[in-house]
Every structure is written in structure tokens, then in C-alpha cells.
Design a protein around this ligand. Structure first.
Ligand code: PLP
Length: 439
């Protein structure tokens, strides 16, 4: 099995000593290997599995759609599942977001937003707007365009010579806040860096791209909604589009259906994926406003169309899955019934006072534990020690899929995780951290 496949985000040599797990089936919160060993998937398989593996309702909806029509090209054709999905989402999204562009992965949906924003300004006479601004430590995917916007060297460093000249603004760092504030009570004092960047580059900036609510791959860095409000105001002042990348944060992950709701803002573009189909099929959406759309709407020979295509755009089975996700969220009151407070309480009791757990931060069901070498000084471990990776290995031995980002193990479980599942996962998580770092 290890001979042919090159796995994502993996140093393949690691598998000489820590073999790949051959997944055989998955149900609810569990993934089972070929020997029948169960792994609790409390990271929702890279955050997409919103309602547990093999959710029977989504499975049924996809099967039904497959029997009718598996796929059809999305230029020249439309279809009921896509139309219904948009109609349903318009009612749920922040007011004003009403035009939907379908692609098949999150990175592409952000690239689409960037291209649309650039073209929008070009077609409305603001041709000097050719650059993008973003937050340091952001993550928006790994194709070259969005990699340029990502602020994390781990992913981008190697490719710097190939990347766009993005403007990276130091963003909120609430665990090590330079202003000595706390995210729950601050006024987003750190917005001053963005203010300075807008003053200098606002005239040449097309769009500001950010992750609302928290910066996921940076280690679930949660920050104040006030920061988002202030960003929206800056974008308005400098005629810069705001692109909210809700690929990780959307679909109830932060306790609200969309993270922008925490700040009551409407971005000019919103990117959705992951939870969108409950983890069943790859699909992503770039959603925008009538104002943006109108800048592209013209006679063919004016050459204003948005000429971007992906083969699997609007796949009907993915749309059927996405529709059923919305049905389940509504009919089963999923957001109202999450065990978010319980999970945070259990983790805090088990690990809050551990000498190497610097902070347990949470938003919705997301809980991240920043492991540090020196808690008082908030000093990180030497990255070559791979502390997070060791925790991952210990947890896997015990049947828990806890895949830290650097030295930040986290929970981002299905929204319907039960108390009993939380108890079991928290106990294994605590045991695994203590196995690596001591009591
Ligand atoms: C915030 C954010 N944006 C974009 C992406 C990229 O999505 P995809 O992996 O589907 O290309 C991710 C993936 O983790 C993400 O977390």
C-alpha cells in the first residue's frame, strides 16, 4: 500500500516508523481499520465531516440523486438541486449575499473570489487596484494564488519566488497579545496594523482576505468579533472588497451558522466548503452580492464575463448532500443542541492546569490546546522536537484521531458529538498529552 500513493501534507518517510492506517469503514464518530480497530475522529477528517460519518440521511439523499442524474456540465444547464440549494442558502446567509459560483474545493473558491474581486474593480474603472491584503498567519489553501495569501511559512516558504506580492498585515494574536488585552473584553486594539496598511496600500488593494472568527491552520487562533467589524469599516472606507473565507468557520463550527454573524457583517465575498456537504462530496461555493455580479453582466462582446470553469462545478450529488445537511441542521436543531460548553468544561478540568498547556481556547465546539515549553513565559517548544506529532502518535495508539497543528492539538468534532463520546475522547487526549509531557 505504501508504494504508489503520495499522501497530502505528509513527509512520507515518517511512515517507515509509523505506518499508515488502512481505513476500511466509518460510522458516526468512528473510523475503523481493516483489523476492526476504531479511531475517534474528533477532527471531523480535516473539519469536513459535520454530522458524523455515514450519516444515514445524507447517504440516502446522495443515493437518490445518483439514481436520477450523477453529473451534468454546469454551463448551458442548470438543475433543481443547485437551484434549491441557492434558494435555501440565500435565506440563511448574511443579508445581501445572493449570487453563487460553484467549484469543487475550498482553495479554488478563494481563488475565484480573488479573481472576481480583481475583475470587478477592473470593470468598474479602478484599474490601480491590483494587490491583495491579508492577515499574517492566515491559511486559505495551497494552490499558488491562495498560497500567496497564506501567511504561514510551513506551507509557503518553498514557493515564495512564484507567489503574488500580497500585503500581509500582522493579525490578532490573543494568546500573546502585545497590548495585554483579552479577546473577550478588548476593543481589537491590534487593528492599528491593518489601519496603517490600509492607509499605505488601500488605493492599490483589490480585496482583504481573512478567516472570520478564528485562524484555523495557525492553531485555532480565536479573536474578537470587534476586529471583524473594524475590518469591514476599513474596507468600506478604502473601497476594498472583503473576502470572508468561511471554509473552516462556516456551518456552525463557531456556534453560529456563519462566523460573520458574530460581528453582524456582510462580506463582499464568502467562501464555503468543508461542512457544506457534510464531508460526503467535494464542493465549494463563492458567494457574492448583486453589486459585484452586475459589474460582469453585459453583452457578450463587451468581454465582461467571468471566464472560469471547473469540470465538476455544481455536481448534483454534492448539491443533494448539501441540501440534506441544511435539512438536518434545521429539523434536528443541531446548532442549539451542541455540547460545546460541556466539551470545554471537560477539557479545562482535565488539562487546564497542566504545566505545558498554555491556553485552552474555544469557540463553538472547537477547542484548541496550545502546548508550550514554559507556561509563564508562553514560550513555544523547539519545533524540531515535534511535540505535537508525538501527541498525535500516542493518541492514535489509544484510538483517537487528534492531529495537532504544530504543537496545538485541538477538537473540531462533528456537531452532534455526544457527552459520552466527549468523555472518552477527552480522557484519551489527556492521557496522550501526559504520556509525552508528563503529569
Ligand atoms: C480557512 C481555509 N481556507 C481554505 C482551505 C482550503 O480548502 P481545500 O483544502 O478544500 O482546498 C482550508 C482548508 O483547510 C481552510 O481551512
Amino acid at each position: 500500500m505504501k508504494d504508489h500513493i503520495w499522501h497530502p501534507c505528509t513527509q512520507m518517510k515518517d511512515h517507515e516508523t509509523f505506518p499508515l492506517i488502512k481505513a476500511d469503514r466509518a460510522e458516526g464518530i468512528y473510523i475503523y481499520d481493516e483489523q476492526g480497530k476504531a479511531y475517534m475522529d474528533i477532527i471531523s477528517s480535516w473539519w469536513c465531516n459535520l454530522l458524523g460519518h455515514g450519516n444515514p440521511r445524507i447517504k440516502e439523499a446522495v443515493k437518490k440523486q445518483m439514481d436520477k442524474m450523477e453529473h451534468v456540465m454546469f454551463a448551458g444547464f442548470t438543475h433543481e438541486p443547485a437551484e434549491q440549494l441557492c434558494e435555501r442558502l440565500v435565506k440563511l446567509l448574511p443579508e445581501g449575499l445572493c449570487k453563487f459560483f460553484f467549484v469543487d474545493n475550498g482553495s479554488t473558491s478563494v481563488e475565484v473570489a480573488m479573481k472576481m474581486s480583481f475583475q470587478y474593480h477592473h470593470q468598474t474603472g479602478k484599474r490601480e487596484k491590483q494587490r491583495f491584503m491579508t492577515l499574517a498567519n492566515g491559511y486559505h489553501g495551497e494552490t499558488l494564488g491562495v498560497l500567496s495569501m497564506g501567511g504561514m511559512d510551513f506551507y509557503a516558504q518553498m514557493y515564495r519566488p512564484l507567489l503574488l506580492d500580497g500585503i500581509h498585515v500582522p493579525g490578532p494574536d490573543c494568546y500573546r497579545c502585545p497590548y495585554g488585552c483579552h479577546r473577550d473584553t478588548c476593543q481589537a486594539e491590534c487593528i492599528v496594523s491593518a489601519e496603517a496598511a490600509f492607509e499605505k496600500h488601500g488605493h492599490e488593494t483589490t480585496a482583504f482576505l481573512f478567516e472570520p472568527g478564528f485562524q484555523g491552520a495557525a492553531g485555532m487562533r480565536i479573536y474578537s468579533p470587534i476586529y471583524m467589524k473594524k475590518l469591514r469599516a476599513l474596507c468600506d472606507a478604502y473601497d476594498v472588497n472583503l473576502i470572508a473565507d468561511e471554509i473552516a468557520a462556516g456551518y456552525g463550527r463557531t456556534g453560529k451558522l456563519f462566523a460573520c454573524e458574530h460581528a453582524g457583517i456582510t462580506p463582499d465575498f464568502m467562501c464555503l466548503s468543508k461542512g457544506l456537504t457534510g464531508g460526503f462530496l467535494p464542493m465549494a461555493l463563492t458567494v457574492t452580492t448583486e453589486r459585484i455580479y452586475q459589474a460582469f453582466y453585459a453583452d457578450f462582446n463587451e468581454k465582461k464575463a467571468f471566464v472560469h470553469s471547473t469540470t465538476y462545478s455544481g455536481n448534483p450529488m454534492a448539491c443533494a448532500a448539501a441540501l440534506e445537511v441544511l435539512n438536518i441542521l434545521k429539523e434536528e436543531n443541531v446548532l442549539e443542541r451542541t455540547e460545546a460548553a460541556y466539551l470545554n468544561k471537560r477539557l479545562t478540568e482535565s488539562l487546564g492546569s497542566h504545566k505545558n498547556v498554555g491556553e485552552i481556547r474555544s469557540i463553538g465546539l472547537i477547542n484548541a490546546m496550545e502546548l508550550v515549553d514554559d507556561k509563564g513565559a508562553k514560550a513555544a517548544f523547539d519545533s524540531t522536537k515535534r511535540v505535537g506529532y508525538q501527541v498525535y502518535q500516542e493518541a492514535m495508539k489509544r484510538g483517537l484521531l487528534l492531529r495537532p497543528m504544530g504543537d496545538v492539538p485541538y477538537f473540531n468534532p462533528p456537531l452532534n458529538i455526544t457527552r459520552a463520546e466527549i468523555d472518552k475522547a477527552v480522557d484519551i487526549c489527556a492521557e496522550s498529552i501526559k504520556a509525552v509531557l508528563g503529569e
